[in-house]
Ligand binder design. Structure first.
Ligand SMILES: Nc1ncnc2c1ncn2[C@@H]1O[C@H](COP(=O)(O)OP(=O)(O)O)[C@@H](O)[C@H]1O
Ligand SMILES: N[C@@H](CCC(=O)OP(=O)(O)O)C(=O)O
Length: 365
């Protein structure tokens, strides 16, 4: 069966710790991806490695931390990365294309629809799109940073069958094996839990960014969109095909059977939030367990200058994010009715809908 497969390769798998590209590895991955495409699949690559590839050319001794330095390194490295991929894929007679995206592009309907049409056109012509974050223009607060989340959004957007996240570790372990060598690998995940998130730590290498935590977040986003996910290693010839065939060296995540609608995906993951609403424990339970809408009675505070129709974040009494939704009140209207009954609210403000967030426009995170 022809499948649409998004493959994400992290910096740790493409570069050396001291910076610079590892051409042998790039040639190897190009061969693996070409084989997958020749087997009849639609293949997209999300690649990291621009910063790690470029920083030595600029003269930095280590992977830079300041944003302007990372952006400069990425500008140098992205060209080197594409040059290396181009030469590698040419050997297998495969053409490639470069796509650079930012988080802001996903929140803009027209821009992302254009990107989708471009991707579809490329795939129809057997060209492998190679996607990275547009590091030089991304603003710090809105950066993907690690590409794991970017790969999940891409996978959902193209309605991929599988997302394969290739890293330097053969899957998710009960603890970072670099810290505890006795940690055990988790073969399959059917359901996400707090316990699972506690296992996943940050990056263990000098070139990686998000570690297992951001990979787990990406797996959650993609599986909610109906995409199967694999996190693991691809080291030898045939490993990628094996990973796609459900017997790779890593951890598999089952897709949710009732995947989120495009609208809910947009609310939860693509859109930019314009403010935050804080709710009490009763409202949290109603939203999370009861499948109910949020009413003013459960709101304790809000921040941001939102207007009706904006997407906002919802946080609980511990200030932990619990979800996102489309708000039916302007910030000033909501401020006038915190904690009030719906009857009281109607006397004080004029709103289209009494619910602060309707349950159909709410997504738990
Ligand atoms: N529970 C865990 N299981 C496996 N790896 C983990 C875990 N927690 C943290 N890690 C770390 O995550 C790293 C992979 O993430 P990262 O360095 O961001 O790689 P990449 O560049 O491939 O995205 C591993 O090298 C490992 O040290
Ligand atoms: N867009 C950046 C990604 C940075 C990064 O380190 O990501 P990752 O290796 O996936 O954790 C780059 O190309 O360098």
């Amino acid at each position: 069966m022809q499948q649409t497969i998004v493959i994400k390769i992290g910096s740790s798998s493409l570069t050396s710790g001291e910076g610079g590209l590892n051409r042998e590895k790039i040639n190897f991955f190009a061969r693996e991806l070409a084989a997958l495409q020749k087997a009849g699949n639609r293949v997209l690559l999300v690649t990291s490695g621009a910063v790690a590839a470029g920083f030595t050319t600029i003269g930095y001794l280590n992977k830079p931390k300041a944003l302007h330095e990372k952006q400069a390194a990425a500008a140098v490295g992205q060209a080197l990365l594409m040059q290396a991929y181009n030469e590698a894929f040419q050997k297998d007679g495969v053409s490639i294309a470069q796509i650079l995206l930012t988080r802001a592009d996903f929140s803009n309907r027209q821009r992302i629809q254009n990107a989708l049409k471009t991707l579809q056109e490329l795939l129809a012509h057997q060209i492998i799109p190679i996607i990275n974050e547009n590091d030089t223009v991304a603003v710090e607060e809105l950066k993907f940073g690690d590409n794991d989340n970017l790969s999940a959004l891409v996978a959902n957007f193209v309605k991929a069958n599988q997302l394969i996240i290739i890293t330097d570790m053969d899957g998710l372990y009960t603890e970072d094996p670099r810290i505890n060598p006795a940690a055990k690998r988790i073969e399959r995940v059917e359901q996400f839990s707090d316990e699972l998130y506690q296992m996943a730590g940050g990056s263990g290498s000098s070139v990686g960014t998000g570690g297992m935590r951001s990979k787990l977040e990406a797996a959650r986003i993609a599986t909610r969109g109906g995409v199967s996910v694999f996190i693991g290693s691809v080291l030898e010839q045939g490993d990628l095909t094996t990973a796609v065939a459900d017997c790779g060296k890593g951890t598999y995540f089952a897709p949710e059977s009732h995947s989120l609608s495009m609208k809910k995906q947009w609310v939860g993951y693509h859109s930019q939030s314009q403010g935050t609403i804080y709710v009490d424990q009763g409202a949290e339970a109603a939203l999370i367990m009861g499948g109910k809408s949020l009413l003013p009675a459960g709101v304790t505070e809000s921040t941001g200058e939102f207007i009706p129709g904006d997407v906002i974040e919802v946080r609980n009494f511990e200030k932990r994010i619990i979800g996102r939704g489309i708000v039916n009140y302007a910030a000033w209207q909501l401020q006038a009715v915190y904690g009030l009954s719906s009857e009281e609210v109607q006397k004080r403000v004029e709103v289209q809908r009494i619910e602060v967030i309707h349950r159909d426009e709410w997504i738990a995170i």
